[in-house]
Design a protein around this ligand. Structure first.
Ligand code: 13P
Ligand code: SF4
Length: 345
């Protein structure tokens, strides 16, 4: 992965490398302690490292804040660090940039996309929206800045149900892009919504039949699932929630065994917070490691070190797009505060 040995590249050479690879492909000096060096660079540059729960364990362990999409956006909105390094996927780093237009936001690898966000291209969505001119748009945070700019309010898996419930009752709603989360929100709120036909490649892969089989094999276990899973899997679940909600549930539940239907990265924090609990990964449709998000896993300690050292790749967006995408994100944060879902800050 690191093709070029260390030397002192010029800024122009670095930019060319980032354009070609999507990250800085330089090998860190042999024998350095990456943990210590990342800590040193963070301190020296007044940088904060934010990481999603789906990051590898070593990245979670060195992060200043680990969270789900809502927690991370709140943290990004509040930080006074000068540089934000976002160990997550592109739409998350973009959200951090939208909330902090004057700060430098770095992403260790620009290739870290999201299949769900990609399932909703701006041109197609604009045409879809134009077919329903009397509808408001509620978008999941897993979307590009261009889709956010076309939205009235953003939601995450933590707040989608209470936010949709609290929206004016005369609003006709388009929900994009995750149809599984959309169906779940419709079921919980009783509101009808037009759904964009998108899914997450990781959460859609859990097999209903195999989950049923596993529940029979472990009759004492509780099935806990992320709302991006298919409705048939969600119907079997004892608890449904965002990554943070699933973590809190495992800690608080008196049960000892859990079948976990979400991305495998969260197991690291679950094991740390509740070492006495047994965690069983929900089975995917095929014999594969499909419950690992390939986009999230593109980030590595080496790439984080390089991002901090060279201050690239940087997430940049046109000011008009930042302005338009910011309104619905701020509305989400405001509503989340009013609903008591996040602290007043
Ligand atoms: P949350 O962070 O809201 O749990 O969403 C999970 C996810 O798929 C992020 O990409
Ligand atoms: Fe996107 Fe799914 Fe990966 Fe989350 S887990 S980043 S929704 S592909």
């Amino acid at each position: 992965m690191f093709h070029i040995s260390t030397r002192s590249p010029s800024r122009e050479e670095l930019l060319n490398l980032v354009e070609e690879y999507g990250y800085v492909p330089l090998e860190p000096p042999q024998g350095i302690d990456l943990f210590a060096e990342i800590e040193r660079l963070k301190r020296e540059k007044n940088a904060i490292l934010l990481a999603h729960y789906y990051q590898d364990a070593d990245i979670q362990d060195i992060a200043d804040f680990i969270g789900d999409s809502l927690g991370l956006s709140q943290k990004a909105a509040e930080t006074d660090a000068e540089i934000i390094v976002f160990a997550g996927v592109h739409f998350m780093a973009e959200t951090a940039k939208i909330l902090n237009p004057t700060k430098k936001v770095l992403i260790p690898d620009l290739n870290a996309g999201c299949s769900l966000s990609d399932s909703c291209p701006p041109e197609s969505f604009a045409a879809f929206k134009a077919q329903h001119p009397d509808h408001k748009v509620v978008s999941y945070i897993n979307t590009s800045a261009a889709i956010k700019a076309m939205s009235d309010v953003i939601v995450t898996s933590s707040n989608a149900v209470p936010i949709v419930k609290a929206l004016p009752s005369d609003w006709k709603i388009i929900f994009a892009p995750d149809k599984n989360l959309g169906q779940y929100v419709m079921k919980k709120t009783g509101r009808d919504m037009i759904l964009w036909d998108g899914v997450c490649m990781v959460h859609t892969i859990f097999s209903y039949q195999k989950v049923l089989q596993m529940k029979r094999q472990y009759p004492e276990a509780e099935l806990i699932a992320h709302p991006e899973c298919e409705p048939a899997v969600l119907e079997q679940a004892d608890f449904i929630g965002s990554t943070t909600a699933l973590l809190n549930y495992v800690v608080k539940s008196p049960k000892k065994q859990f079948i976990v239907a979400t991305e495998s990265g969260i197991l690291h924090q679950m094991r740390k917070a509740a070492p006495d609990k047994e965690l069983i990964q929900a089975p995917a449709e095929y014999s594969c490691s499909c419950n690992t998000c390939p986009h999230m896993k593109l980030n590595t300690l080496e790439k984080i070190y390089n991002a901090l050292l060279y201050e690239m790749p940087e997430v940049t967006l046109p000011p008009e797009l930042i302005e338009a995408a910011r309104r619905p994100i701020e509305r989400m944060l405001e509503m989340s505060r009013e609903l008591g879902l996040i602290s007043k800050g």
